[in-house]
Design a protein around this ligand. Sequence first.
Ligand code: PLP
Length: 355
Amino acid sequence: MKKHNFYAGPSILSEYTIKNTADAVLNFADTGLSLLEISHRSKEFTAVIEEAKTLVKELLEVPAGYDVLFLGGGASMQFCMVPYNLLNRKAAYLETGTWAVNAIKEAKLFGEVDVVASSKEANFSYIPKGYTIPDDVDYFHFTSNNTIYGTEMRFDPDVNVPLVADMSSDIFSRPIDVSKYNVIYAGAQKNLAPAGVTIVIVKEDALGHVDRAIPTMLDYRTHIKKGSMFNTPPCLPIYSALQTLKYYKEMGGIKEMEKRDLEKAAILYDAIDSSKIFVGTAAHEDRSIMNVCFVMKEEYKDLESEFIEFASSQGMVGIKGHRSVGGFRASIYNAMPKSSVEALVATMKEFEKKH
Ligand code: PLP
């Protein structure tokens, strides 16, 4: 039976990415060697990382003065690298979920942190609005997509200070005005590649302004200077990332991905909104087009585990909600085909008919 992969991450990747990665594991760039056993300094691999960097710049229209890095350590490492490199005295953070909470915790080790707003009191079911950002902060940090709670900021906020964003779960799902940012970072394991690489877009002028010493590996300048090759980079995820980037380009670029993502999300949200038994958990205006969170209405609550069972019998994988929200979460990243979203909707409708 066909499986429909709704995992939140690591998650679905395009067939193009998986097939080309598998081929390279067997024979990388006609070298007769596996991608797994080739030197990162070989001319074949150097070409991969260079092309990946160029494609990120092209697809996201990254302006001059920015570099693109491929680092290890996950997005969680960026929670500390960002303040290490950028927070001299004070930074503003928006608290919109677990990942933002983790980022705030790390930033507090480096200076004053002004949490300008939080939706914690409502279990992060909406994006706070109407907050003010002090003029004297080094940057404003936000999480563009809250993977666990299914809320998203699909815009680049207009504020008076440079932005920093964790875009781990929605990068490449909309065009970005990169010029507003000092740093954009994203763990690869949603819209880009298998786990193991983190993409960081950094404004070079923003570096070198903190008073502290920075350990070599945690200093963005180290990786800029060495083209992400200061130490051995995660070669396989970077190769896969390149395949995904090529796929996006072939599909028509990021605007096209956004169009498809909006269409898929609308299909699922329409089904939820017109349902007798399901209800969405996120505020309508802040709903994520990547992670769709929903539960059963109060009077049907005891059917939740039965639905999970029924859905898995229909080939749906990974739709159980995160424990902090409960219910269901369908992650419908860029690589998710519309037909899988339609299959989930059909499953929901069929289940509803029975009850
Ligand atoms: N930020 C967001 C928005 C995430 O969804 C995740 C993981 O799911 C992380 C950060 C943590 O990423 P990593 O596991 O790569 O450290």
